[in-house]
Design a protein around this ligand. Sequence first.
Ligand code: SF4
Length: 367
Amino acid sequence: MRPDEIHVIYGTQPLTMVKDLLDQMKAADHIDQGMKIALKPNLVVAKPSREGATTTPAIAEGIIQYLLEHNLRNISIIEGSWVGDQTARAFKICGYDEISRKYQIPLVDLQKDDAQNISVQGQSLKICKKVLETDYLINLPVLKAHCQTLFTCALKNLKGCIPNSEKRRYHSLGLHKPIAYLSKALKTSLNVVDALNGDLTFEEGGNPIQMDRIIAGQDPVLIDTYCASLIGYTKEEIAYISLAEQLGVGMGELARAHVVEYNRDLQNGTAFQPSKKAARLAERVHASDACSACFGGLIHALNRLEENGQLRQLEEPIYIGQGYKNQVLSGLGIGNCTSGCTHYLKGCPPSALDMVHFLETAKSPIK
Ligand code: SF4
C-alpha cells in the first residue's frame, strides 16, 4: 500500500467488501502487534446509516473481523457526535453498541474526554486525549455533501475528535482553515470511506444517494480529492482540501494517483432507489439498468448543475445504463454503455466531476 494508491470496491455487501479490500491492500502488514488501533466512524447524528449521514456499521464490523483475524486486538471505536446530539445515543441508534457487545470492543465517547492543546504552525488547537494516544487511526468517513463546506469526507471527519467547545470555535472561524490545520495535527493511518449511500446535500442525511462502493487509501488529501470528484467537485472548490495540501498533509493530484478497482464487473443495474429530490433532478434522464455507482454520480452532477443555474438549460435527453448498450440514440450518453448516443461520456463509471464538465458543454445543443 503506497500513499498514492486509491482502492475502490463496488458492491452492496459492505462487510465482505471491506474485508476483501483490506486483504487486497494487505493492510495488516502495516500494523504492528500491540498498537492501539482506533476506528473513527462518522456518527455526527443519531441516525441509522440508511439515511445517508452516518458510517454503515457493517464497515466497522468488517474491519474489526479483519483485524481480529490478523491477531490485532487492541481496538476501540472513538467518536464525538456534533454539538446537537449525544455520542452515546448515536452509538446505540447507529448500531455500534451491538458491535461493541459482540466483539468486546470499547466505545469511547470523545464528548466526555479531556482535551490537550496542540500548536500547529502557529495555530492553537484542542484535540481529545484518547485520539492522541492512538497509534493507528482508521478514519471511517461517509462521502456526502455538506451545506457549509459543500463536501465532507476524510479530512472533515476528524472534527469528531475535538471537544464540543472547539467545534463551536471552528464554526466561528469558517471551518476550512481549522479543519486543514487539524488534519496536520492528527495523522490518519488509513481512510476507509463509506461511499454506499451518502447524502446529496446535507451532512445530517435525509436524502441518501446510492453509490455502492467503499474507497480506501492512506492519504486523506488524495482520498478527499478523489471523493470530491465523485460528487462533482474539484479540490479547488473545497478550500480545506487545498489548504491541507499546502500544509503538507498529502498530495491532491489525481493524475498522479494509482486507482485500483475491484468488483467492477459485479456492478449491476436497477438497484437505484431515487429519493424525491433525486427523482426530480433525473426528470429528463432515461435510465435502463443503470448501475447505482453511475446513476448516483449523475444525480450529484445534476445537482451541481442545478446549484450553478445550468440545469434548466440542458435541452437534450440524457441516457444512462446497460440497457442502452449497442443502441443508436439521439441525445447525451453517460458512461461506456451509451457509446451509441450522439455524444457520450466515456467511463465505467465516469466521475460526477467529468459528468458536470460534459453536461456543461452540452447545455447548449451540440452542433
Ligand atoms: S457505464 Fe454502464 S456498466 Fe459502467 S457503470 Fe455505467 S451503467 Fe454500469
